[in-house]
Ligand binder design. Structure first.
Ligand code: BES
Ligand code: MN
Ligand code: ZN
Length: 504
């Protein structure tokens, strides 16, 4: 989808669909903004009539697609409920634009002019509104096509959307384009089937990305190199698979020379059967999404390299497939991790933490980051705790927690903190090793975080559990591209904000 800007008045813009918002003066009195007023006049009071009849109620999420046979330049008008000014925060605004995007996607329109960013947002400026509108419209336009071609009569994708030309709008659209490229990569990788998107495929994607962006360096560690380094916890998980495990490392140096980078470490289990502790059959196909942490890290790097951001960033992806096999690791095994700490395996389905243990150790030693964040679809318990709206953020560093929570709010891609208190650590005690790989029924998300903390000891480190936020559960499940937005914003904030991160 392309973005454009135009100075033309609304009754002269030639488009398939003109998107107009209607707000609320109080709980149930619609109130027209400038675009609704102008369009109402153009249409001889049609919008006023529809409002009086109750067809337009202006509640958030309500949409009405009108064939605009009497409009001089638009073929359709999409009227979008924007709710009350006083209650329209970032999340509400995003919800309204999502509804608009969904209606646009279902229509025959191939292009649109969007005026929704004229509505005030309680906790953001209009530039943010433009950026979020563009991002959201790309998001709702997405349809998976890698292994299923659309029917000839399917609703068409949107070729372009234009926005009213104002100072700063072009820059916001460029940012939105960059972020949506990262989000799009993340969603595409997540949605790909596990017989296509395996560890070798993830490594190829990283190499291809490095080929496309000058200054992006790639390094792939093969199994023998990992064995040499003692990465036995990671290798144990991949041992049951026919596909070789990979450690994928991408490095971007757009920031000050010599400044230690930020590092993202992604869980890339391209399919999680559970291994010998095999999962039940129902919904197992969803475990193709168990590489969404890896896809997030790759997505953030895609955005950073596309926008040539002035930051230093490394991403490390632990890519494995967790399969049951004669060679697979088993419950009862004691494995010596790269850190030297031993792990007694109690459940081979707690594999994410095994691979991240070594990936975190490797990143700490080889990248020496100023802060390190891992992203993982780590526990079903996180979905029980937080559902699908928040990613679970865990860290012992209060400042880092605030950074990540704040970035999530700014990007309308929210996280919520869970504690990593020392009291939980003893659930991991084992008589046969330094720790066992599961902590029992209680606080499963937190004990998984506690396990990881043991491999990030002298680091500024946080863990993000995205089991609930990385994809839409059920049918048709699809990757969301979260939390690419949160992490891009976090990285940008480290550079001093968008203007500093972009400044050439
Ligand atoms: N990938 C799963 C976590 C998961 C499960 C994410 C369902 C989203 C939906 C992870 O590898 C796993 O299997 N975790 C176990 C941990 C348990 C064995 C302690 C879980 O959550 O059941
Ligand atoms: Mn598992
Ligand atoms: Zn898993």
């Amino acid at each position: 989808m392309d973005f454009k800007t135009t100075q033309q008045p609304l009754d002269q813009i030639r488009v398939d669909c003109l998107i107009i918002g209607v707000g609320l003066a109080d709980e149930d009195t619609p109130s027209f903004g400038p675009s609704a007023k102008a369009t109402d006049e153009t249409l001889g009071g049609l919008l006023t009539q529809l409002t009086e009849r109750g067809d337009i109620q202006a509640k958030v999420g309500q949409t009405l697609m009108l064939p605009a046979t009497s409009h001089p330049s638009a073929e359709r008008i999409l009227v979008v409920g924007m709710g009350e000014d006083a209650k329209r925060n970032r999340m509400v605004f995003k919800q309204a634009v999502e509804a608009a995007g969904e209606a646009l996607r279902k229509s025959r329109a191939k292009n649109a002019h969007c005026t929704l960013a004229e509505f005030p947002i309680t906790d953001a400026d209009t530039h943010w509104g433009v950026r979020q509108t563009a991002l959201t419209l790309v998001h709702t336009d997405y349809v998976y096509e890698a292994t299923k071609k659309p029917k000839p009569d399917a609703a068409p994708a949107t070729d372009w959307v234009s926005f009213p030309e104002e100072t700063g709008v072009e820059a916001e659209l460029a940012i939105a384009k960059g972020i949506s490229q990262g989000v799009g990569l993340c969603r595409n990788l997540g949605d790909l089937p596990p017989n296509v998107c395996n560890p070798v495929h993830l490594a190829e994607v990283a190499k291809q990305m490095a080929g496309e962006h000058g200054g992006l360096a790639v390094e792939i560690l093969e199994e023998d190199q990992m064995a040499e380094l003692g990465m036995n916890a990671l290798l144990a998980v991949g041992r049951g698979s026919e596909c070789p495990s990979k450690l994928i490392h991408l490095r971007w140096r757009g920031g000050p020379e010599g400044e230690p980078p930020l590092a993202l470490v992604g869980k890339g289990v391209t399919f999680d059967t559970g291994g010998i502790s095999i999962k039940p059959g129902a919904l197992m196909e969803q475990m193709k999404f168990d590489m969404c942490g890896a896809a997030t890290a790759l997505g953030v790097m895609k955005t950073v390299a596309s926008l040539k951001l002035k930051i230093n960033l490394d991403i490390v992806v632990a890519a494995v497939e967790n399969m049951p096999d004669g060679k697979a690791y088993r419950p009862g095994d004691v494995i010596t991790s790269m850190s030297g700490q031993t792990i007694e395996v109690h459940n081979t389905d707690a594999e994410g933490r095994m691979i991240l243990a070594d990936a975190l150790t490797w990143t700490g030693e080889h990248v020496k980051p100023k802060a390190m964040v891992d992203i993982a679809t780590l526990t079903g318990a996180c979905v029980v705790a937080l559902g699908h709206h928040a990613s679970g953020i865990m860290t012992q560093d209060d400042e880092l927690a605030e950074e990540l929570l704040g970035a999530g709010l700014e990007a309308a891609d929210r996280g919520w903190r869970l504690p990593l208190w020392d009291e939980y650590q003893k659930q991991l005690d084992s008589p046969f090793a330094d720790m066992q790989n599961i902590g029992g029924m209680a606080a499963g998300t937190i004990t998984a975080g506690c396990f990881l903390s043991r491999f990030a000891k002298d680091q500024r480190w946080a863990h993000i559990d995205i089991a609930g936020s990385a994809w839409v559960w059920g049918k048709p499940g699809s990757a969301t591209g979260r939390p690419v937005g949160l992490l891009v914003q976090w990285a940008v904030n480290h550079a001093g904000g968008w203007s500093k991160a972009l400044d050439q």
